[in-house]
Design a protein around this ligand. Structure first.
Ligand SMILES: [Zn+2]
Length: 370
């Protein structure tokens, strides 16, 4: 899944001035970066103060999300299965099945109201979807089930077929269209990411929503309103799931703890992403459940926004100096990964640069290959 790009420095034969600038830039980048290098990024403690975490019998105590992260840094053929036995209550009536920092496993949510229960994201493929459904049924204990997905990507949405006939699927219209347009290609793309992923996507059917909305929709679960809102940036159909009474948000892949942002295709936008993160920060959430990585606080949002702004400023400065995308990539990738030594998804930094370069120059994005 590594993109194809050269790692040689300065393939465009820079002159001495460029070389000098580059070294100065690297020093500045590293210096600034070290000043803002994050270690924990606002991850919450196992029992965050102010969070009423009344246990239900179906879920366990919250685990240490990153306890086993050394095992997943560079998965060769990850086993992308949801482990519902790790589910914990992150707030009153809000359960999270943590991703345990395993590739192609998302954080999954189950939000309870007195009448209905909303499931957020499905896991990869039907078998994972069934695991999530089983836990949701146990928690719901007869209450009506809704399902929504934070965006169309396979580990978030491609288990939806398991819920057919059991849950009402609610999506924003943009996500439903994007799923229709890109879903089949993403099945094929993800099947190239290892035999375990391929196996779980075998026979996947994409599911049309029962209800769609545009902009914002309030879902009344009975004694609790949940707000669904379009926040396109990572994809065209990204969706916020906001539980106002707990000051809690599910962000999907708009925020991922200690991961570089993923801008996988030409529909991603760094400019919009910064704006979306500002919108989410303005909600002043106490609990942030990211698409991947440990549950935390608002600092997950600010750390990522500052990172994208930092990258934007560097790319703009290098464009102004006459660097092309390849030269910027060759220069910035090692510098930025040194600035954020404990962030994963390094293979997506060239994608981020491609989008930033396109936005800085007004050209169409030229993305590296997977
Ligand atoms: Zn995604």
């Amino acid at each position: 899944m590594m993109p194809q790009y050269q790692v040689t420095v300065f393939p465009t034969a820079p002159d001495k001035a460029r070389l000098l600038f580059s070294f100065v830039f690297l020093i500045v980048a590293l210096g600034l970066g070290n000043a803002c290098t994050r270690q924990a990024d606002g991850e919450v403690s196992p029992n965050p103060s102010g969070v009423a975490a009344g246990q239900v019998s179906a879920v366990a105590e919250r685990p240490d999300d990153d306890a086993d992260e050394s095992a997943i840094t560079e998965p060769v053929d990850p086993v992308p299965d949801v482990d519902e036995s790790l589910a914990f209550q992150v707030a009153t009536g809000v359960t999270v099945i943590p991703d345990s920092r395993i590739a192609f496993v998302p954080n999954i949510g189950i939000i309870e109201g007195s009448e209905s229960v909303l499931i957020v994201d499905t896991g990869l493929g039907t078998a994972n979807g069934k695991r999530v459904l089983m836990l949701a049924r146990k928690i719901a204990d007869g209450r009506k089930l809704y399902l929504t997905t934070t965006h169309f990507h396979p580990e978030h949405n491609f288990g939806a077929s398991a819920f057919e006939g059991s849950a009402t699927l609610v999506l924003n219209e943009a996500q439903a269209i994007e799923l229709r347009e890109k879903g089949p290609d993403y099945i094929e793309l993800f099947k190239t990411f290892g035999s375990q992923v391929e196996e779980r996507l075998e026979g996947t059917t994409l599911v049309e929503p029962d209800r769609t909305y545009s902009g914002t929709m309030t879902l009344d679960l009975g004694g609790r309103e949940v707000i669904l809102r379009e926040i396109p940036a990572h994809t065209r159909g990204d969706q916020l799931v906001y539980v106002p009474d707990q000051h809690l948000i599910f962000t999907g892949d708009i925020a991922e703890t200690r991961f570089f942002p993923i801008m996988p295709d030409a529909d991603s936008s760094a400019v919009r992403w910064i704006g979306v993160l500002q919108q989410l920060e303005a909600l002043e959430p106490k609990i942030v459940v990211p698409g991947h990585g440990a549950v935390g606080s608002e600092e997950i949002l600010s750390a990522l926004r500052e990172h994208i702004e930092f990258m934007r400023d560097r790319v703009q400065a290098l464009v102004a100096t006459g660097y092309d995308q390849q030269a910027i990539t060759d220069l910035l990738v090692p510098a930025i990964t040194a600035v954020y030594p404990n962030w994963d998804n390094q293979e997506f930094v060239p994608f981020e640069i491609a989008i930033l370069y396109a936005e800085a120059t007004g050209n169409a994005p030229q993305l590296p290959g997977f």
